[in-house]
Write a protein that binds this ligand. Sequence first.
Ligand code: AP5
Length: 190
Amino acid sequence: MAGKKVIITGVPGVGKTSVITDTIQKLADDGVPYQSINFGTFMFEVAKAKGLVQDRDEMRKLGKDEQKALQREASQQIAKIDGNVIIDTHASVKTPSGFLPGLPEWVLRDLMPDVFVLVEADDDQILRRRMSDESRLRDIEGSRSIREHQEFNRAAAASYAMLTGCTVLYIENADFLLTLSVERLAAVLR
Ligand code: AP5
């Protein structure tokens, strides 16, 4: 049975995984089941099996064509999953040679989302969250560069909507206001 397909994105450290985890719990409590799929994990399993990387944070440093091949394998596998699905991924990935679209046209054609969500926050709040997260190898960049990435993601989201007819929803995940972000997102996904 086909369900709702929701793509959730946001620059690293914005807190999208925190928003997704709490939203899924809230929706489950309300009797609306969703499963969360991490696009990067699908890519990572293939990349690791091929001996390309040992850590998920190394993937964005791979060559453009290698990343595109991994995206393709991930989207083809994820497209087969039924039911209400939240796909945790990136509108764009910052690579050494520039922004790589997270969802090029051939990936979108596999996924065909109903809703495209951008989780956003103030640039300096994202910078602080990255610096205090010791579990990951976060890129070190200034708040201006984080702003540029968030702006690029809005442009990418608009083009993804044009290609698929999905709606685009901005969710603000401000410091210590995670609950508000979760309520707003859950209200749309119910
Ligand atoms: P992925 O694992 O999705 O990497 P990521 O962006 O680093 O995502 P995280 O889930 O680690 O960070 P987050 O922003 O969700 O933050 P978190 O909730 O942890 O992807 C891994 C890799 O896969 C990518 O780098 C890329 O190479 C590849 N990839 C994935 N999709 C791809 C695609 N489509 N194409 C190509 N490559 C792709 O929160 C961060 C911190 O903030 C935590 O400490 C948390 O406690 C805190 N926090 C959260 N919310 C709040 C709040 N409201 N107030 C205060 N603190 C908060």
